[in-house]
Write a protein that binds this ligand. Sequence first.
Ligand code: UGA
Length: 430
Amino acid sequence: MRISVIGQGYVGTTMGVVLANAGHNVTGLDIDKKKIDALSKGELYFYEPGLEEMLQQQIKNRRISFTTNARKAVENSDTLFIAVGTPSHDNGNADLTYIKQAARMIGSFMNKEKLIVVKSTVPIGTTEKVKQWIASENQGDSTGKVVMNPEFLREGSALQDALYPDRIVIGSHCEEAAETLRKIYQSWSCPMLTTTPKAAEMIKYASNAFLATKISFINEMAKLCDTLGVDIHDVSKGIGLDERIGPHFLEAGLGYGGSCFPKDVKELLWTADANHNPLRILKEVESINHAQPRYLLDKLKNSLTTLKGKRVAVLGLAFKPHTDDTRESVAFPIIRQLLDEEAGVAVHDPVVHLSKDWLDKCVKQYGDPYRTVAGTDAVVICTNWPQYAELDWAKIREIVRQPLIFDGRNMLKAEQIQSLNFHYEGIGYP
Ligand code: UGA
């Protein structure tokens, strides 16, 4: 099958590569020439384990190529995946500018009947609009069949998630179109669920909202555990063994960040309010999440009395490990607050480099975690990069000014760290 993928972000690039790996002939389209030039050379412009190797393999196999030429990408394909971004407006509502542009562009170059697959996360009812936007540009000559096919891959494990998803959801009013997409995915062995386009759109938002709810739920429990002297790890494990609850997304900490959960929760809240059906649970989920960095900073302030003049090391800038994405990363509100309270800040991340803006604000970044923590009054862990668990904490004990660790991801072994005479605090981890 000849497939074009419009939008070469995380989702579009990963999908293109795995579709090529499944034997399809893929063209990746983007308006950003820099991205296209890099991808054409087999270089990923973002950090995603394993993906670059498969990209290079598929370029070698001549199954994937990249272009900025929209006409070529549309005319030469039978199926088009739309994987452009849907950022938030200030009020939380999703901004559909890029989806609309992509749909109109498809419409203007449509030379025959095609299958259009909406991969982007779009508000309920958008797939129907995509159909209309396509039709508006080609005078209804051949509108194409439009289906909704939400993506569930995570950054940091995008390749594995795209190769082995838990399920594939196909939202379509047309059985023939759904069948074409099932054929495209024939080498995938997971369950496939066919629904209406609106239900598929809703499944995506409800999935992210539910996972965000699990995280805020466990963070609320963790705070109570702090008060009662209970270890949240035991609680997460104990409830997670119940098959109805499941073990995933029960890691207490600084809360969720990234480009998806915060944005999708906001959009769902906006849609619910606009339809006079406010989602009270989700409002709390959001406000609990928002308060998590403050909760850890209060612990830090209780120990240091004042932050003024203190030196604090922040380990981790990415919103989660194995990615260089810092969107909505909790590290930044924490750094901002530390600076506001006149603390000196040194940071480390294995892959993220601070922007000049932050460096101008006197935040120091070091490539070596030991240099980062040397001479500091407290260490705050914001991202659970596995290498932080492997650090020589006995050596760190010798080079810090004060032995205080605030583990915002509950990733270190408290007893081990305490045996080195550190004062250690996690979240729900007495
Ligand atoms: C999320 C979903 O997990 C994907 O299924 C979805 O496809 C994607 O959004 C999307 O909509 O595109 P992602 O944002 O890449 O994926 O990352 P997650 O692994 O879900 O983590 C999100 C945040 O939750 C991170 O900040 C992570 O540190 C935090 N988290 C996760 C916790 O605080 N506790 C947990 O137990 C799990």
